[in-house]
Design a protein. Structure first.
Lengths: 936, 190
């Protein structure tokens, strides 16, 4: 059966099924006039439909898929007689029921989901019941009673809410915008009550807020605290009492922090966020990210949208609708479209956006504060929420970037908690109960400690200054004391810190912490070899990053002396040791790797894999030593025989191709290299988006790849390659937010750099230009790749002598905000260079001097600026100024001239100035100095 | 553990995840069998939900692209378990005995074993033309999800799920009927 026929059949079948029986025949007749096969197919389906229910059960009733599972209507549970099933959550099922004694009334009975009666689940279910029992608010369903079914499943009886979801209610009643806001205030009051009694709901959404009428007045009731969590009523901070996966909640209403691992820092402000989205939907009729359709996104993209994409203002959100839909929305609010937009813009926009701020600190601190602001708006008072200022936007940008690293650290820290918990579990299974309790106590101490570190509340002023490194340093200082009697836990905490430091690039601190772990664990009996080796590897990696290879080797050798270290750890340490030999002693590293290969146990499944990896490193060393033929001999079999595709990262296979192409190029086998690179280009095209992005973001390999391509490919083939990878022709989507667009940009930037290094400037320009041809307003400079590529294009225009174009682009760059100093300096250098080339000497000198005033400027950049300023001055024959500018830096220039061409250029510039100023001796001395360097 | 480059444990493939889930579900079932409550009928839905809570409680959830991905995979694993069990059950009738027997006895099959096998075969045919429909059948038939759960997991409305379910059901039924007619001596004996 073809897919086309299948779809046609399905369409027709579904259409016919909607019709009353007596109309079906004639409808089919007319729909299948010339398609007897289609008609026979659909008729077959309709016949099957009648009997299929016998085989599959009828899925018609929404809530009874598997009647075996559930209590039948009429079942008695204590004083309650169950009627029908009315709802289902992750934890339990809810029935409408009748209470028979002592009084007769309608109730809801929630029973833990059949089969879910594990201790963990029961504890969580019990927690919900207890929490609800503490509530006394008309907006929260009351709990009457609790019990256990005959099969041992816990249940509780509560107030039966026969209401409709709040959004549906408002639409059905055609409530005005103001009436909706007033109704929303009642929801706030209920949620605030829960918060004050230490319960965070965490899954507030329209379907969990039902509206019932009391004396004709609508009254919302919040239900389903199934994923609620207990908070501290004093501070509102949540504890880690429940650690369900990151995916609790419904994406449309989920706060950014709820998308993060284990929800370590979730507090009442997550509910403030969800209430913000609810208010949003009540006001305009759709949730904030409706245009992105969160449920259709990959998890990663969904998290990105929730955490980064600002929601559109409510007043602007109607823009995505058709005119008919807009009119319907207005009618449901008894108003016109322009009036509705006017009512929403201003206060209500800002209130919603403040409640929905990405960072909890920027939201209303409490639900009460949110409610106050809405009341003010309803009473035409000025509101607390206000449009963000430019200063605030800048801060937010900084914070967003800090948040990235904070998140990394949090992930690492929560992994530590995870390890502690798993230790607990395994010990509980094997050892006596007392040991288990000690472990549990220990894991709780770890948790408390981490929380105490993370809850470091920075003072108001220094909020944006809170850095992860500060948190880590604080934690490190407190570890020895907090776990004085427990070296193992100390070691575990320090391991996490060592890894966190590493991820922040603080290699010194990382190495120190990791070595401290090794020392601590060595003193423990019995030794936990795996953990010790783990720490040793971290120490070695960090020492390697510091360039302290000898120290790294010492760590490995010291470990290898112990006879407690056995095969897998021995192999790992040996490999790391060989890698740290690589820089200073490549021959030694190669020998060590060869020895490792010979020592691999052929009986082990993974040995083939490690042999491949080690041989790749051996070849890498040969390439480094420019022993091309040796490298090729190693690499050719590796390309042929990949042991198990799945076990190698695409990165390693790509590296293997690039190394071989490099070797072949050097050996003059250009044709082979070209073919290999083209096949790699095709492979790259087929990688999944995320892997592709990570390949192009780890620029070392990508840069090599495109350098090589730029060298080997003639123009025609390059054009062909571009066409097949539709770099230019079919930009997937011209929004910077689109991941495929950014991949293309990465790819094209690398290719352009490759072409530039081969001197092929016009082709490089042709590749980058299409990305920016929609004018400056379509460029989103918050992405670093966008800034990089745009800057590169400007530089290419400079190289091509297209100075007007280049100047225009650089001036656009100058308007971008929140750019790091280092990038700004690059911009100034490029600008000054263009001015020099345009013989606009004054401007060149002014720009260069301005940039020289930046704090802590790296030497290389300083010298480039100095060269540009000197050249600008020389253009207008202001030689005395050249001398005044350069002479104070003479010592630094002479020192750096050993390895910097730019310094020699400046010295020559100074010599020329001395000539003009008749300081002949000094000029001669400078020239001799430079000549000596050039010859030596 | 800091992975050295290319450590095979560094990256789990989808197939490995599925295998892990398959094992996890069987393990859970076995644990329940030997638990305090004594042998009881095991509901696929309950097993799948419990596996979710268990895996989501650890760090494992990082490898699942959220709830939807988990349940889709779990439903597929459940289908494999049930079809395997059905295969063993029909084989057992012909005299072979297997170690899985006790577990198989207590696993609630969505239909008699012969029919499960037929559905499994027809499902492979359906996959050729509409893989999404296969996922829907796995969720609703094999994992016993409700219409509402299936809708939220597949990211569409309940009305769509109902329509697609009615169609997939009829389609599979028609396929099975056709096969039964074409086979002169069907294994089917109910």
């Amino acid at each position: 059966m073809t897919t086309a026929l299948f779809k046609k059949e399905r369409e027709l079948f579904e259409a016919v099924l909607e019709l009353p029986t007596h109309e079906r025949e004639s409808y089919l007749e007319s729909a299948c006039k010339n398609a007897p096969e289609l008609r026979a197919g659909v008729e077959g389906l309709l016949r099957s439909h009648e009997t299929a229910a016998d085989l599959f059960g009828d899925g018609e009733s929404d809530l009874t898929p598997n009647p075996l599972n559930l209590e039948a209507p009429g079942t008695r549970l204590g004083d309650y007689e169950l009627a029908e099933l009315v709802g289902e959550g992750a934890m339990g099922v809810v029935y409408r029921a009748r209470q028979l004694r002592p009084l007769q009334r309608e109730v809801a009975v929630k029973i833990i989901r059949p089969g879910l009666d594990t201790r963990n689940a029961i504890a969580r279910f019990e927690m919900e019941r207890q929490a609800l029992a503490r509530m006394e608010h008309p907006g929260i369903a009351k709990v009457f009673d609790a019990g256990v079914t005959s099969s041992g499943r816990p249940y509780f009886a509560m107030e039966f809410i026969s209401g409709v979801p709040i959004t549906k209610y408002c639409d059905a009643q055609s409530m005005t915008v103001d009436a909706r806001a007033r109704l929303f205030l009642k929801v706030c009051s209920a949620v605030q009550h829960a918060h004050q009694r230490g319960l965070i709901h965490r899954d507030l959404k329209p379907s969990n807020i039902l509206v019932v009428e009391h004396d004709g007045e609508p009254s919302p009731v919040v239900i389903d605290f199934g994923i609620a969590k207990r908070g501290d009523p004093e501070t509102g901070a949540g504890t880690l009492l429940t650690r369900e996966g990151s995916f609790v909640g419904t994406p449309d209403y989920m706060a950014p922090e709820q998308t993060q691992l284990s929800g370590a820092l979730i507090d009442t402000r997550a509910d403030v966020y969800s209430l913000g989205t609810l208010l949003y939907e009540l006001l305009v009729g759709q949730p904030p990210f409706v245009a992105s359709d969160l449920t259709k996104q990959t998890y990663v993209e969904m998290v990105r949208i929730i955490c980064e994409q600002p929601p559109p203002k409510p007043s602007r959100s109607l823009a995505v609708l058709t005119t008919d839909e807009r009119e319907q929305r207005a009618a449901q609010r008894k108003t016109s479209i322009p009036r509705m937009i006017r009512r929403l813009s201003g206060d209500l926009d800002w209130i919603v956006l403040k409640a929905m701020e990405k960072e909890p600190d920027r939201r209303y601190a409490t639900v009460g504060a949110l409610a106050d602001d809405i009341e003010r708006s309803l009473n035409d008072l000025p509101v607390v929420a206000s449009p963000p200022s430019a200063l605030y936007r800048t801060k937010k940008f900084i914070q967003r970037h800090k948040m990235g690293t904070v998140t990394t650290a949090l992930v690492l820290l929560s992994i530590a908690i995870g390890t502690a918990a798993s230790v607990t579990q395994s010990i509980r299974a094997t050892a006596a109960e007392r040991a288990a309790e000690a472990e549990l106590e220990r894991s709780q101490r770890v948790t408390r400690f981490l929380l105490s570190v993370l809850q470091l509340k920075p003072s108001r002023e220094s909020q944006t200054q809170m850095k992860v490194s500060t948190i880590l340093a604080d934690a490190e200082a407190r570890v020895p004391q907090a776990f004085a009697d427990d070296p193992r836990t100390q070691a575990e905490m320090l391991t996490v810190l060592a890894k966190s430091y590493r991820s922040l690039g603080s290699f010194r601190e990382s190495a120190q912490a990791a070595m401290a772990v090794v020392a601590l664990l060595k003193a423990c009996e019995p030794t936990e070899v795996e953990k010790m080796v783990d720490a040793a590897v971290v120490a070695m990696l960090s020492l390697g990053d510091l360039g302290e290879y000898e120290e790294a080797q010492r760590v490995a050798e010291d470990m290898l002396k112990s006879d407690q270290i056995r095969y897998p750890e021995r192999r790992l340490l040996g490999f790391r040791r060989a890698m740290s030999l690589r820089g200073a002693n490549p021959e030694g590293a190669r020998e060590a790797l060869l020895k490792l290969v010979s020592e691999l146990d052929p009986g082990r499944e993974e040995s083939a894999h490690f042999e491949w990896v080690y041989r790749l490193e051996i070849a890498g060393i040969a390439v480094r030593m420019e022993q091309w033929a040796d490298a090729a001999v190693e690499l050719e079999p590796l390309i042929q025989a990949v042991p198990d595709q799945a076990s190698l990262t695409s990165d390693q296979q790509i590296r293997c191709h690039i190394l071989l192409a490099t070797a072949w190029m050097a050996m003059g086998r250009e044709e082979d290299a070209r073919r290999l690179l083209l096949s790699l280009a095709n492979t790259l095209e087929e990688l999944p988006d995320q892997e592709k992005l990570s390949f192009f973001e780890t620029t070392v390999q990508a840069l090599r790849f495109y350098r090589l391509l730029g060298q080997v490919l003639p123009a025609a083939e390059l054009a062909e390659l571009r066409a097949t990878s539709d770099v230019v022709e079919n930009l997937p989507d011209k929004r910077s937010g689109d991941v495929r667009w950014r991949i293309r940009l990465h790819q094209s930037l690398q290719l352009a750099v490759g072409l530039e290094s081969a001197g092929r400037i016009p082709e490089a320009i042709a590749i980058l230009k299409p990305f920016f041809d929609e004018g400056p307003e379509s460029i989103d400079p918050t992405y670093s790749i966008v800034r990089k590529a745009y800057h590169q294009l400007a530089l290419l225009h400079t190289s091509a002598g297209e100075l007007d174009e280049s100047l225009r682009m650089l001036e656009t760059e100058a308007t971008w905000e929140n750019v790091a100093d280092s990038e700004n300096v690059e911009l100034y250098i490029a600008l000054s260079e263009v001015h020099v080339k345009r013989h606009d000497s004054d401007a060149a000198v002014r720009v260069a001097r301005a940039a020289m005033g930046f704090d802590s400027l790296p030497e290389g950049q300083f010298i480039r600026l100095l060269a540009l300023a000197a050249e600008g001055l020389a253009q207008t024959e202001r030689y005395d100024e050249v001398r005044d500018l350069v002479e104070p830096e003479l010592e630094m220039l002479k020192r750096s001239a050993r390895h910097r061409q730019n310094s020699r250029g400046v010295l020559r510039q100074l010599a020329r100035a001395c000539d003009a100023l008749d300081a002949v001796d000094q000029a001669q001395e400078l020239r001799d100095f430079v000549r000596a360097l050039n010859q030596g | 553990m800091e992975n050295e480059p290319g450590d095979p444990s560094a990256k789990a493939t989808p197939d490995a995840l599925l295998r892990e889930l398959y094992d996890e579900l069987r393990l859970l079932a076995a644990q329940k069998m030997s638990g305090e409550m004594g042998p009881q009928t095991l509901q696929p839905t309950a097993l799948v939900h419990e596996a979710y809570l268990k895996l989501a409680d650890g760090n494992a959830d990082q490898r699942w692209n959220g709830r939807g991905h988990f349940f889709a995979s779990a439903a597929e694993a459940m289908r494999r378990i049930l079809i395997d069990a059905a295969r063993r059950k029909t084989a057992a009738k012909r005299g072979a005995r297997t170690t899985h027997e006790e577990l198989d006895e207590n696993l609630a099959m969505p239909a008699p074993p012969e029919q499960c096998l037929e559905v499994g075969e027809a499902l492979e045919k359906l996959r050729e033309v509409d893989p999404e429909a296969v996922q829907l059948v796995e969720l609703m038939f094999f994992a016993g999800m409700t219409v509402a759960e299936t809708a939220s997991l597949m990211g569409c409305g309940t009305a769509t799920v109902k329509r697609r379910w009615a169609h997939a059901r009829a389609w599979l039924h028609r396929e099975i009927e056709a096969k039964r007619e074409a086979t002169p001596n069907p294994a089917q004996n109910s």
